[in-house]
Design a protein. Structure first.
Lengths: 491, 168
């Protein structure tokens, strides 16, 4: 009861409410802009938080985090470009639905499922944070390696391509993550003497290239086609039937997202991938996935926003960031003199529950902005391509450049744009590349560190129960699409 | 469905080196082999410092995996040919050309001039002939983007003809 009252504290402070309002709006705008996102936004605003007290500063950062994660879905639905990496899975069904002229329905579902996921994770946090933090303690390098492998096997059943093509694309993504200095030995790999590549290939140029630029090239092949988009339908919101169809998916993905978010370094992207994959697995209409399934949007969006709450657990309880954005929040905590760790729960509950309360309110605020704004945002799909895409190009180029202020990043983005176009043309989904890129560092890092721990003995992986469980799950995940395709053929 | 079957039949009649599945598999395997050869040029960590595996081992394993999976894809495609894709229209090549133009102009003249040039070029070739809209996408919108990133987010753009005038 005391904790609940502490959570409601931001509601009674006009200053905190103002900070929340601004943070949510700012996060939403950043999420919408391709290339920018809550991580970049949090990093940009970090210096400005020095003028605020610690609670206001962290409330500002967490509200940007929550709203920015949701905001990524808006561009994913409207222009096939995830505003944030966590919205990559939303593109798979959000964009096809928008192309059918039902952008409002897709956005409405993304908003509702994001809000439910976000609120669910905050409630979970309040009641289960100490237990979840304890569970995360059980994960060592071998367990993380097994978890990352499990995440990668999900690629076989995701995307519109064949399972084997998805795995090739995923392996290519992991290969991209090896570019630059080797993290253990500092030896250059695939840098070809280019200094800018020693730091590796950034995530943003690849994402913006593969999604936004490749879509621009796809649109360039369709300029003579006439699309019959019905203006009124584009702003129509989800129906009661849509909610009846998706409530189980939303709840399941909220649970998945909260759990995945707790695991350090996993974050919303993996959560949305698994949430989407599970939604497809449990769906009565899996064949609709990738063609504009409302369940696909709900599964991905509920999971990635649920991960925001989950990711705060290791950040606050262990001082280990659960995602890139929580790493920025962790920096904010440290520069404001707050020492994250298990003691924080005992010594500063008012501060901690104030943050949880702020996250709860931020979720409600972005619901209001998002749900009522969906009709306005959906109108973007009605702007002619010949005007829309040059504008998207300008924003994408500047967003990509803004990350490292490097023109090389912009060229990499354009290269991946052309590559992404040909990948899609020949049936290779671009989503596995992104997932491979995200998990690549984790896979290689945890594998090599585990081998150091095991003194090079590979068999030791199978002596760890949690790791073994994930390996078995990986085998099941790999076998599942093959069994399903055989069943479909038999039918 | 009929069209797909028709295009698949048409694909079957082509010599193997003209088929998309061969061309795509060849490009993937060729690039992978080149990268695999590159991995042999990576520095080798002396045994005393090497804990676990060599830095080249992981990329080598990945590239071998990619080559193996591509061979499987090609083998499967010989059983079930891919459908023939339509020829790419002129507008596609013009858009790719505009990317090249962007790289050249941003490198030699100015970043924002490059954005303006690409925006006007693409909008025009995609069918926008009205002057106001060309100005909107080519000049007004890039200025708004510049102001947002430069003033609000405090980003400094690379030097060039226009940005130098602004910064001076």
């Amino acid at each position: 009861m005391d904790n609940l009252l502490l959570m409601l504290a931001p509601l009674f402070s006009s200053k905190l409410l103002l900070v929340l309002f601004f943070g949510t709006l700012f996060g939403l705008i950043l999420g919408v802009l391709p290339g920018l996102g809550p991580t970049t936004g949090g990093a940009l605003i970090l210096p400005f938080t020095m003028t605020l007290d610690p609670l206001s500063a962290i409330v500002l950062l967490t509200s940007i985090y929550c709203a920015g994660t949701y905001g990524g879905a808006i561009t994913a639905v409207l222009i096939n470009t995830p505003g944030t990496p966590a919205a990559a899975a939303t593109c798979l069904d959000g964009y096809p639905l928008a192309q059918k002229g039902e952008a409002g329905r897709a956005l409405g579902m993304a908003t509702v499922s994001s809000t439910v996921g976000g609120i669910f994770s905050v409630v979970i946090l309040v009641f289960f944070a100490p237990i979840l933090a304890q569970l995360a303690y059980e994960f060592g390098q071998p367990e993380y390696f097994a978890l990352a492998i499990f995440g990668l096997t999900m690629l076989a059943s995701i995307g519109e391509g064949s399972p084997i093509k998805n795995l090739i694309a995923g392996a290519f993504g992991i290969l991209i993550s090896t570019v630059g200095k080797d993290f253990m030995t500092s030896i250059d790999r695939f840098t070809f003497g280019i200094n800018e590549l020693t730091e590796g290939i950034g995530f943003i140029p690849v994402v913006v290239g593969l999604f936004a630029m490749s879509e621009m090239l796809t649109q360039s092949t369709l300029i003579n086609q006439i699309f019959n988009r019905i203006a009124l339908k584009a702003i129509k919101l989800p129906s009661k039937d849509d909610y009846k169809k998706t409530w189980k998916t939303i709840l399941r993905s909220s649970g998945i997202g909260s759990f995945i978010g707790v695991l350090p370094a996993e974050g919303g992207t993996v959560a949305s991938l698994i949430g989407y994959s599970e939604a497809k697995r449990f769906s009565k209409n899996p064949e609709e996935f990738g063609k504009g399934s409302i369940e696909g949007i709900a599964g991905a969006e509920a999971a990635n926003n649920a991960a925001t709450g989950g990711a705060m657990v290791p950040t606050l309880a262990l001082g280990i960031p659960g995602s890139a954005t929580t790493a920025v929040i962790l920096t904010g905590l440290i520069i404001h003199g707050v020492r994250p760790g298990p003691d924080l729960f005992r010594e500063q509950p008012d501060f901690l529950y104030g943050i949880f309360g702020a996250m709860l309110i931020a979720n409600i605020l972005f619901f209001i902005f998002g749900f009522f704004g969906a009709k306005i945002f959906a109108r973007i799909t009605l702007v002619p391509n010949k005007i829309l895409w040059p504008m998207i190009f300008a924003v994408s180029v500047c967003g990509t450049y803004s990350l490292n202020q490097s023109i090389i990043d912009v060229w990499i983005m354009l290269f991946f744009g052309v590559l992404g176009f040909f990948m899609r043309r020949y049936g290779f989904s671009v989503v596995p590349v992104i997932i491979g890129l995200i998990l690549g560092e984790l896979v290689e890092g945890t594998l090599r560190q585990s081998l150091v721990i095991f003194d090079g003995n590979w068999l030791m992986f199978f002596t760890r129960p949690i790791a073994l469980t994930f390996f078995i799950l990986s085998l099941i995940a790999l076998a599942f699409p093959l069994i399903r395709s055989r069943k479909t053929k038999k039918k | 469905m009929k069209n797909v079957q028709k295009s698949k039949r048409a694909n079957k009649s082509l010599p193997f080196f003209f088929k998309d599945e061969f061309k795509v598999s060849f490009v993937i395997i060729f690039v992978s082999v080149v990268l695999l050869i590159t991995t042999f040029t990576f520095d080798i960590v002396p045994p005393i410092l090497n804990r676990g595996i060599q830095p080249a081992t992981f990329p080598k394993a990945l590239l071998i995996l990619i080559i193996a999976m591509t061979l499987i894809v090609y083998y499967l495609a010989t059983k079930n040919p891919w459908k023939i894709e339509k020829k790419l229209p002129r507008s596609f090549f013009l858009t790719v050309f505009s990317f090249v133009l962007f790289v050249i102009v941003s490198k030699t003249l100015d970043f924002f001039l490059a954005i303006s040039a690409l925006s006007i070029f693409v909008a025009y070739y995609w069918g926008e002939k009205r002057l106001f809209y060309l100005l909107l996408v080519g000049i007004i919108f890039p200025i708004i983007v510049f102001v947002f990133f430069e003033t609000i987010l405090g980003l400094r753009f690379p030097p060039g003809i226009i940005t130098n005038i602004y910064y001076s």
